[in-house]
Design a protein around this ligand. Structure first.
Ligand code: LLP
Length: 418
């Protein structure tokens, strides 16, 4: 807020809405860079790679920003590989995660020369070995271990429990590593895990790390040495009143544990990698929207806005809470509203029971929308997605044009005349 007006860095959000219309996503360059810098500073001079999990927001401009700063990238599809390459990232800093990689995705990633494949099953090991063999290449692999710890987060975004589809069960890990080590076209590089998202305590990260270190000890005894530990992502942000640990404290707690472990065993400290998504971009973005209609039904007041569940799916999908803030203090009386979109679904809401002093035509910012916002959006109801704008101090750059409706059916074909 500057002079009662909501800003992104030094640009009033109202000016962005006037220039580009609504709905529009706005990101702060400084906020993204400082999130990355905080992680990087916590690593100091140790051997570490901070990857950005691009699923959180795969806009080329954001990737480019982070690539220039030295970030690595965590990808989960051939599409994401194409994006990081298009953004000019170094493929040698890319890790390829995901539970169902196809042969052609494996081939493309081997051709590009990614740093590591985070393999999630024994079947994937066999498949990757065959693909690498057919290309006369050696595929660098890490096994994603399911440490069976509870990240204490929403069930849809918790991934480290035994019954999740992710990773290789802890008790099967040794056998899987033996398989990997015996396959001629694989090179065993590391071990990885990712236990969930929007984690607001350090304890689950430490618990998962301990489980991985136990395994590293067993592997060493079995004659398999690893070069790196990839501890995944998952650090939470503040949407409402959550108080997640700082980026620095989180990394330092993990490093302290790793260093003590290495020292006890008189072995070199392994390289450490991370795959942070939300904590890199979540608080760096907002979604601008305009109030179209104010109405009352059965005693409930609704503010129908021009953004909807197709734009920001998180409230409908996880009952996620995003703060909703008018861009300017209005003159209308305060009222408790359900802030909803125009999509034909009762689940189409952005915020429920919010006290707002608003009227039709007012502009609102849906806060903390930088992660899993645009990246999860769809064209449901043939709604063209909004523009994306990156603010850099007092400048604004259009980084993605608003879609045109004709774009949405450009790939469709009419039937021949009857
Ligand atoms: N690495 C792997 C293997 C992942 O599956 C994920 C996220 C990440 C890293 C990054 O996690 P982060 O640092 O962003 O928490 N759509 C949900 C979140 C799904 C997260 C999926 N995996 C949401 O909107 O809350």
């Amino acid at each position: 807020m500057i002079d009662g007006r909501l800003h992104a860095e030094r640009v009033p959000l109202e000016q962005i809405a006037q220039t580009f219309g609504t709905p529009t996503w706005v990101y702060s360059r400084a906020a993204i860079e400082s999130a990355f810098d905080e992680f990087a500073a916590a690593c100091g001079s140790r051997s570490a790679l901070i990857c950005y999990a691009i699923k959180a927001n795969s806009s080329l401009a954001i990737l480019e920003l982070l690539a220039r700063r030295g970030a690595g990238f965590d990808i989960v599809s051939g599409g994401e590989l194409a994006r990081v390459l298009a953004a000019g990232a170094d493929p040698g800093k890319v890790v390829f995660s995901g539970v169902g990689k196809t042969v052609s995705e494996m081939r493309d990633a081997l051709k590009a020369g990614v740093r590591c494949f985070n393999v999630e099953s024994e079947s994937e090991l066999v498949r990757l070995n065959a693909v690498a063999g057919s290309m006369q290449k050696l595929a660098p692999v890490s096994l994603r271990i399911n440490p069976d710890v509870d990240a204490g987060t929403h069930p849809y975004i918790s991934t480290g429990l035994r019954e999740n589809k992710f990773g290789i069960a802890h008790d099967r890990a040794l056998a899987a590593y033996r398989t990997a080590a015996a396959l001629p076209h694989l090179k065993v590089m590391g071990i990885d895990c990712h236990i969930g998202s929007q984690i607001t305590e350090i304890a689950p990260f430490l618990a998962a790390l301990d489980r991985l270190l136990e395994l590293v000890d067993q592997l060493t005894q079995a004659g398999i040495t690893l070069h790196h530990l990839d501890l995944g992502g998952g650090l939470g942000i503040t949407y409402r009143d959550e108080v997640p640990p700082s980026r620095r404290d989180t990394l330092q707690a993990l490093f302290a544990r790793i260093d003590a472990w290495a020292q006890q065993r008189g072995r070199a400290v392994p390289e450490v990698m991370f795959e942070f998504g939300r904590s890199m971009v979540g608080n760096a973005g907002v979604l601008l929207t305009r109030v179209e209609v104010i109405k009352e039904n059965g005693g409930r007041h609704f503010a129908v806005v021009d953004a909807a569940m197709n734009d920001l799916m998180r409230p409908a999908m996880y009952e996620a809470w995003h703060d909703i803030v008018p861009l300017q203090a209005g003159h209308a009386p305060a009222q408790t509203y359900d802030v909803v979109g125009p999509v034909c679904e009762s689940g189409d809401w952005l915020g429920r029971a919010r006290t707002l002093a608003i009227e039709e035509g007012d502009l609102l910012a849906v806060m903390s929308a930088g992660a899993y916002g645009m990246a999860m959006s769809s064209n449901y109801n043939t709604r063209a997605r909004g523009a994306e704008v990156m603010v850099d101090s007092d400048r604004m750059h259009l980084i993605r044009e608003r879609e045109r409706v004709t774009d949405l059916y450009a790939l469709e074909r009419r039937l021949p005349a009857a």
